[in-house]
Ligand binder design. Structure first.
Ligand code: ATP
Ligand code: ATP
Ligand code: MG
Ligand code: MG
Lengths: 256, 256
């Protein structure tokens, strides 16, 4: 049975997609079989993994509206052991269409349960909101991994996110828990990063991963080449941090 | 009749709120009377202008659901000439509630037309999505100011945004146009910023403001003090750039 992890945070631009792509790649590189579901109408995870528009004929839109299975929507990536269910702007329509469908919060969960998913990990990249697409991801998931940018506005949104996760746990998905919080875009040169990191660790303790992802321009260059940073520049500080994060995720699950 | 400008981009973390707060402050500092409507459930624009939670009893939520007027929801800020309609997480509920209400796309526009708004400028800070809240802002607005982070994923989302604006112009708001695109978080030290800036200028020409907002840590420190950067650190590079942007906005409107 695969571990299903939603990568979520309603604050925009905190590193959800970058974390989803590079953590999935690092897990695949360590021999785990992974599926990344792109649940964001921006389709950034699909783009960052080199999936051209013409390979996105069946997407997460068809999966949540029930006209395709996950297996039909999955496409191979350049990384052995990593497949992706791509996304396009069609998903914007799904937010409105799902409102009047039965079991609107369970569509993704049902799709994951109908067929036998022979993967070790399923990661779901969420859009920057707490709407029906993110709700579907949190209902389908066992746990949530929260990327947290080391900035004030991002810190402000954390308690709102944790309250929403708790509400979803009570109303829709009793097994949902926070897998961990990973600090992203940490900049040694400015105090703000250090202050936010200290605040979060004192607030959440061991829920915050030891691994911290540094701000590293190679991370933002990689998507323009359609590659995860681990392929684009394995030795850069960002890639090494995501490899570290994958190890820490596996270690905490007792899998290492 | 006020100029109504939506600050929108579905890509997250590109500087929408920072632009809304600091452009509104710079316009107020130049003698214009401004209202900033916070249409994002994160409420970052309200927080960045120092509006505590206890002053958010009437918000954008009451305005779009029709139980309060803009005048009732407006609160004064520390900046003379700038009032704000605050936001709280209640707005998340509005996205679902609006779906079944009559004139769901026109709620904000109707609220702006019912009463005489004696302001020169109304700015609307949008959430990172193209859902009903952003749709309401784009239907209410005369024009859209698009903050564009100098990164690959942000550039990717631009054509999707421009297509959506065109669709809204045709279906809901024939006067809607793009006021301009402002490059944000420009980092002289890395090539990616320069590449994105050149791409956008060759693609959109004079629609892109001459003013470029540099990456400047003082911009992200200011919100933790509940102040716009212009108050927190008037002389920093970020504040000076927003003053420049306000001048350019006024000059292009023939107001200078
Ligand atoms: N460690 C890092 N160092 C430098 N840049 C980074 C890093 N992580 C992400 N970025 C860049 O920052 C921007 C935001 O990251 P990303 O798009 O992954 O965030 P997101 O949370 O998925 O955004 P959205 O809310 O729009 O979905 C992107 O341009 C990305 O390339
Ligand atoms: N010029 C700048 N230099 C450095 N940091 C900046 C700059 N502009 C914005 N920031 C910081 O970057 C982060 C993202 O900016 P902001 O929150 O304004 O973007 P947004 O588009 O409103 O995000 P969202 O999509 O979540 O609404 C914030 O922490 C902000 O303080
Ligand atoms: Mg993303
Ligand atoms: Mg914002």
């Amino acid at each position: 049975v695969p571990r299903i992890i939603a990568i979520a945070n309603q604050k925009g631009g905190v590193g959800k997609t970058t974390t989803a792509i590079n953590l999935a790649t690092a897990l695949a590189a360590s021999g785990r079989c992974c599926l990344l579901i792109d649940a964001d109408p921006q389709g950034n995870a699909s783009t960052g993994l080199g999936i051209d528009q013409h390979r996105r004929s069946i997407t997460a839109y068809e999966v949540v509206t029930g006209t395709a299975t996950l297996r039909q929507a999955s496409v191979a990536t350049a990384i052995p052991g990593l497949a992706v269910v791509p996304a396009t702007v069609d998903l914007i329509g799904a937010e409105l269409e799902l409102v009047s469908l039965p079991r609107r919060e369970y569509r993704l969960r049902d799709a994951l349960q109908i067929e036998e998913i022979t993967r070790d990990y399923v990661l779901i990249d969420c859009p920057p909101s707490l709407g029906l697409l993110t709700l579907n991801a949190l209902v389908a998931a066992d746990s949530v991994l929260v990327p947290l940018q080391c900035e004030f506005f991002a810190l402000q949104g954390l308690s709102q996110l944790l309250r929403s996760i708790e509400r979803i746990r009570q109303s829709f998905n009793p097994r949902l828990g926070v897998l961990g919080v990973v600090l992203t875009m940490f900049d040694r040169r400015n105090n703000l990063s250090e202050q936010v990191a200290q605040d979060v660790r004192s607030f959440l303790g061991a829920t915050v991963y030891d691994t911290v992802i540094p701000r590293n321009v190679r991370m933002s260059e990689a998507p323009s080449h359609g590659q995860p940073a681990l392929l684009y520049d394995f030795h850069c500080a960002g890639s090494q941090a995501y490899i570290q994060l994958a190890r820490e995720v596996l270690r905490r699950e007792g899998a290492l």
